[in-house]
Design a binder for this molecule. Sequence first.
Ligand SMILES: C[S@@+](CC[C@H](N)C(=O)[O-])C[C@H]1O[C@@H](n2cnc3c(N)ncnc32)[C@H](O)[C@@H]1O
Length: 348
Amino acid sequence: MLKVAKRQFRHPICWPARAATATLGAPPSGQAVLPWPFLLRGGKPYQADIRDFARRIVVGFTLDSHQVAQVREALLSTDSDRLIELVSCISLGWPPPESALLALPLTEELGWTKPGQPAFTDTGMLAADSIREYRLWLDRDRKLHGEDHSPLLRPESYAGLEVLEPGSGFGCNLLSLQATALRAVGIEPVAIYEQFTEILATREGLNPPEIIVADAESMPVGDASFDVVLCYSAHQYMDVRRAFVEFSRVLRPGGQLQLIGGTRDDRSPMRIGNFRQLRSDWLTTINTVAYERFGRRLLTPKGLSRTTAPVYPRLRYIDVWLKAAGLHTRQDLRRRIGTDTLTVAEKK
Ligand SMILES: C[S@@+](CC[C@H](N)C(=O)[O-])C[C@H]1O[C@@H](n2cnc3c(N)ncnc32)[C@H](O)[C@@H]1O
C-alpha cells in the first residue's frame, strides 16, 4: 500500500494539487483540524482534517469525510440516475443524453468534472471507475459477469462457500454473491473505490461487502481460508505469477481458482483506431511479451488507477505459472466468455 501511496505522491508538482483536492471542504464539527495555510482553494486558504490527511498518506488517493458525505447524498438522491448516466457516458466515451447533461453542475460541485465541460478531473476519473462498473452491473441485471456462459459462475454454485475476489473494484461481483455465498470478501488496492462500496450497496438495499484495501500479490488473509478465489478481469493488472502464488496460499485444499480475463491467444494485437489506441495496443503487446519472457513489464505509464499497464499472457504460460504455484488447470472447464477466457484451476 505504501508503494501505491509513494507512486501517487511521486511528482512534486502534482502533490500540492492532489493534496488540495483530497482535503477540500470544511471538516464536520467536532473533528480535529489542522490549519494548512499553503493549501489554497480559489485563492483562499482552508483547513484540512488531520485524520483525512493521515489516511490519505497511508492508503493513497481518497475522498475526505466531507466529500464522502457529498457523494453519498448525490448517489442516494432521487435524481441520482441522471448523475450515474452522465458519469458512465463520459467514462465510456458515449455521448450523454440531454437529460443526463443536467447533472453537469452537480459533477462540477463534486469536483469530478472540469468547469463547464464534460471532462473528468483526477477525482472524477477514479469516481467514474466505480460508477461505470455499477452502471454496467445494473445493465446485466445485477448478475455476475459470465454466469450465462458457465454453470460454475452461477450464484447457486457459490452456496455455502467462502469466496475471495482479488481486484474487486467497488465490489459489484461481491454484491451479486451476497445472496448465496457464505462470505464474499474483496481485495482492492485503490482505496477510493472502497469508499463507494457502502454508498452503492446502500443504494441497492444490500449489506456493504467487506473489501480489504491491499494488493493481490500480498493479501492480508490467512492461509487456506477460502473455498474459491474469483478473479474477474483483474489479473492482467497484477504481477500475475506472484498473485497466483497468493491465490494458491489462501485456497483450501480442494478449493478452486476461477480466473476470467483476456489472453494474447485470442486478442487481436492491434485494433483499428486512433493513435492513442494504437499506442496503447503496442504498449500492451510489448509488456505482455516481456512479462511472458522475463516476468516483468517494460513500460508502466503513470496514473492514479491501477489499470494503466495490462498484460494478456497466453494460456500456455498461465497454465505453467498456475502449476508452479500449486494449482492444477482443469482444461475441461475452460470456456470463452465474450472476449475473455475462463480458466479454472484446483488446489490439490
Ligand atoms: C477491470 S477492474 C475489475 C473489477 C471487478 N473485478 C469486476 O469484475 O467488475 C480491475 C480491478 O483490479 C484492480 N487491481 C489492479 N491491480 C491490482 C493488484 N495488484 N491487486 C489487486 N487488484 C488490482 C484495479 O484497481 C481494478 O479495480
